[in-house]
Design a protein around this ligand. Structure first.
Ligand SMILES: N[C@@H](CCC(=O)N[C@@H](CS)C(=O)NCC(=O)O)C(=O)O
Length: 221
């Protein structure tokens, strides 16, 4: 299989971490697709032009990070650890991965995409941060992490790999990061530290986020 990634991108991080954690680099070639996602060759594989993209074979490719993490964890040896087969546990992990896409992530672009030189609304960023603080972090801490160090689990799963790398984006605005509850910060570190194989990728985004000094970098949340 071939995994097309953007190395500093949180959306690629979970998939890279799964491959490295399962020591499956001989079965999954990790490719840097920076600057290539709009080329005819890439669009022929994934018309949505997004990374991560997994080429399963010459005829089949899938995209969307959660779908890829699930496929890797169900097909690679040892993957059950990261995506347990128990149907109830799997339903919870799937629910949290959907929450990541539909509730958590939509608050990130206006907070952080200025780091990529993209236009953002600073007003929307404040509104998004308030939503994270008032609604989504309480759900994360008081529901998903209520009794366990990882999402519904004593061991990290792909649900944690969906969430934690995204949180790094908040560091683009240092005062926003200061406002993040300590327990969320501790969870963020706990997950990233559980996947040392992807440290290089996690650090790339962290460096970009903490190094940002453009407009909005010192805005109050
Ligand atoms: N919902 C998608 C988002 C993927 C996505 O937006 N990827 C961006 C980078 S963060 C990308 O590949 N952009 C390149 C392009 O659109 O050309 C996922 O979870 O995989």
């Amino acid at each position: 299989m071939k995994l097309h990634t953007l190395p500093p991108s949180a959306n690629s991080h979970g998939c890279i971490a799964v491959v490295k954690h399962l020591k499956a680099e001989d079965k999954v070639e990790i490719i840097n697709a920076y600057g290539k996602t709009r080329t005819p060759e890439f669009l022929a594989i994934n018309p949505c032009h997004t990374c991560p993209t997994l080429e399963i074979n010459d005829d089949v490719a899938v995209w969307e990070s959660n779908a890829i993490m699930r496929h890797l964890a169900t097909t690679l040896e040892g993957g059950e650890d990261l995506y347990p087969k128990d149907p109830i546990m799997r339903a919870k992990i799937d629910m949290v991965l959907d929450w990541r896409q539909t509730s958590l992530y939509k608050n990130i672009p206006d907070i952080a995409y200025c780091v990529f030189g993209m236009p953002v609304s600073h007003e929307a960023a404040k509104k998004n941060m308030k939503e994270l603080l008032d609604e989504h972090f309480p759900i994360l801490l008081d529901v998903y992490l209520k009794d366990t160090p990882f999402v519904y689990s004593d061991k990290p799963t792909i649900a944690d790999l969906g969430i934690a790398p995204v949180l790094t984006f908040i560091k683009v605005r240092s005062k926003f990061w200061d406002a993040v509850p300590d327990k969320v910060k501790e969870y963020h570190s706990r997950v990233l530290e559980a996947f040392p194989g992807a440290k290089e990728n996690f650090d790339m985004l962290d460096g970009m986020a903490t190094g940002y000094d453009g407009e909005g970098a010192d805005a109050e949340p």
